[in-house]
Design a protein around this ligand. Structure first.
Ligand code: DAH
Length: 329
């Protein structure tokens, strides 16, 4: 018995020294296995217990357990100390410079055209116009026929139409909304429609898909003067107080008289859109009494305004998804 007790106390002393000497967690784990593992020194001592007197076995077993617990406690304490110093070494090595500028995030951003569209919608809403909508795949009738484009007339080619199955087209302008909004309604009314339109065209300022705003107002005494007043207010809201407009006589099948308008820009003129007094036949096509009512209409592209506003030189830049364009404020 005495010999086992001595062995145990020697083993504890050795273990303690080895534990204190361990310099890494990995090293400590190996030391622990050497003393407490299945093939370790303590296990060897325990295997010898079988040879002892039965009366002695219990006592030696108990001391062995007590040794084991003490060794486990030293291992745990040493492990904690090693982990703590690992952590501080790690922190010292990977220092964080909190004065560095943060990484900029990429918050969501509305498309330049969407922003102009919303601005335009807000402006016309404030002028008492209601927002109206229409489909991009439109019947030939709503896009052309009801707007007084004669059947098989070259005027239809004038707009480089994309034809769709059946008697449908991709709408070439937002004027289709005039027909949809006026049919079945009795004036007075005033509407604006904003949206995508399509034409077979592609260069620095033309894209096969672009955006227009259409406005129209019908009442008993609506005049060309009202039209000019609205257009001036709109142009100045959109492009600045100093903007001038120029009206040139023109032909559209759905207005009479008709004009094209330009706005002043950097000492010259830029084409803006078309306008006129709604043709009485168009009113009749929509079931509006043209003897009693008259109205004006106008329509223009809005992509150009977005390009000027944000300094985007080519229309394709707006639609190829480049974040440098999309991220502008
Ligand atoms: N729809 C015409 C176009 O896209 C523009 C236009 C001209 C609209 C005169 C109108 C208008 O409402 O009165 O070329």
């Amino acid at each position: 018995m005495a010999s086992q007790t001595e062995e145990l106390s020697q083993l504890e002393d050795d273990a303690r020294a080895a534990i204190e000497a361990a310099t890494t967690v990995q090293n400590l784990t190996e030391v622990r296995a050497g003393y407490l593992g299945r093939k370790g020194s303590l296990a060897a001592i325990l295997r010898g217990i079988g040879q002892l007197e039965p009366a002695e076995r219990g006592r030696v077993g108990q001391s062995a357990n007590a040794s084991k617990e003490r060794i486990e406690a030293w291992v745990a304490a040493r492990r904690q100390a090693l982990e703590a110093s690992d952590r501080s070494a790690n922190l010292a090595q990977h220092q964080l410079d909190t004065s560095l500028p943060g990484a900029a995030g990429y918050p969501g951003q509305l498309h330049p055209v969407t922003r102009i569209e919303r601005e335009i919608a807000d402006f016309f809403t404030s002028m008492g116009f209601a927002i109206e909508d229409g489909p991009e795949v439109e019947t030939d009738f709503n896009n052309f026929g009801a707007l007084n484009f004669p059947d098989d007339h070259p005027a239809r080619d004038m707009q480089d139409t994309f034809f769709v199955e059946g008697n449908n087209v991709l709408r070439t302008h937002t004027s289709n909304v005039q027909i949809r909004a006026m049919t079945g309604r009795t004036p007075p009314f005033r509407f604006v429609a904003l949206g995508r339109v399509y034409r077979h065209d592609l260069d620095a300022t033309h894209y096969p898909m672009f955006h227009q705003v259409e406005g129209f107002m019908v009442d008993e005494r609506t005049s060309f003067g009202d039209l000019k007043g609205v257009l001036y207010a709109f142009a100045r809201h959109l492009m600045g107080q100093e903007i001038q407009l120029r009206f040139r006589p023109h032909f559209f099948p759905f207005t009479e008289p008709s004009a094209e308008m330009d706005f002043s820009w950097q000492g010259g003129w830029l084409e803006w859109g078309g306008c006129g007094m709604i043709h009485p036949q168009v009113l009749e096509n929509c079931g509006v009494d043209s003897e009693r009512f008259q109205g004006f209409a106008f329509g223009m592209g809005i992509d150009r305004s977005a390009m000027l506003r944000f300094g985007i030189p080519r229309i394709t830049h707006m639609f190829d998804g480049d974040l440098r364009i999309l991220g502008q404020r």
